[in-house]
Design a protein around this ligand. Structure first.
Ligand code: PAF
Length: 287
């Protein structure tokens, strides 16, 4: 894919020219921001964008500002050649693979203060994470002038943060959340799943199992939010996860924990299996 190669070597000027051309022709632009190490979950976002937009830009950038110094930035999987092949097969129009220097040149010092909804759950465990996410996503939206941005439900809180940010900062981009893609055994697809040993993967399945079992309890009339949250936590611990960071029934919009179960809600969880941190969630709606 010629455009991909130009994206890698031509940097931002090339992208700006391309985007200007597309916009002048009145074409709708969809963006799929990624950190690479692509899997079917990412490709489902590209497919949604392909179905709805005349032009699709994917970005591959392992964003250092969303990793704390203690986290796995250096070890984060990088599979660019395979990623570009997968994106070409999905007929994306361009892939932006910026360097760290292009995104954060010397002197870079402006960051987005992320919205209130970033404070709890992931934000409490990873205090600078959403500042980095909000900053890089805003930069990517500005660079691509995308009409629609496609994000996966697996990172439910991330979608809530980005939605609030574009609303608060009047960014003319619609944020679309696409369903989590699961392996046949139920594990939510994630670039980090490749770190799991065979045994750890079995333990990792307890996240989706617990979510679906909790949904059943809600459908059968469970009403007490804290009790449901404790039950989810106990299930995860009993299955052998090393640490539960959080497991909660929360309001689907505000992500505030629910004292009384009321729909729609989201069951949110994050747990460590060995040294790998896994996230999963399930939205439970009426009917
Ligand atoms: O979800 C991710 O992969 C990242 O947080 C994102 C949205 C690409 C920003 O770096």
């Amino acid at each position: 894919m010629a455009e991909t190669e130009r994206a890698r070597s031509g940097g931002m000027k090339w992208l700006t020219e391309l985007v200007n051309e597309w916009r002048a022709a009145g074409q709708r632009i969809g963006i799929v921001p990624t950190m690479g190490a692509l899997h079917q979950g990412h490709l489902s976002l590209v497919q949604a964008a392909r179905a709805e937009c005349e032009r699709v830009v994917a970005t591959v950038f392992v964003n250092p500002t969303q990793f704390a110094p203690t986290e796995d930035l250096a070890k984060y999987p990088r599979t660019l050649v395979a990623d570009l092949e997968m994106l070409a097969a999905e007929r994306v129009d361009a892939v932006l693979v910026p360097t760290e220097d292009e995104m954060y040149p010397p002197g870079f010092s402006t960051y987005v203060q992320p919205p209130e909804v970033s404070q709890k759950w992931e934000g409490a465990v990873r205090p600078s994470h959403f500042r980095g996410v909000a900053t890089v996503v805003l930069k990517l939206l500005n660079m691509t002038r995308a009409d629609v941005c496609y994000l996966g439900q697996k990172d439910y809180q991330q979608v809530a943060v980005v939605r609030r940010m574009v609303a608060d900062l009047n960014v003319p981009c619609e944020i679309k959340m696409c369903p989590t893609v699961r392996d046949p055994d139920g594990l939510a697809m994630s670039s980090r799943n490749r770190y799991l040993s065979k045994d750890e993967r079995q333990i990792g399945l307890s996240l989706s199992r617990t979510l679906f079992a909790a949904e059943k309890q809600i459908r059968s009339g469970a009403k007490n939010g804290p009790e449901l949250s404790s039950w989810m936590r106990e299930q995860l611990i009993a299955s052998g996860v090393s640490q539960v960071d959080y497991a909660f029934a929360a309001d689907a919009d505000t992500l505030e924990p629910l004292t009384e179960v009321r729909l729609p809600l989201v069951l949110l969880m994050a747990a460590r299996v060995g040294t790998t941190r896994l996230l999963d969630n399930l939205v439970v709606r009426q009917g």
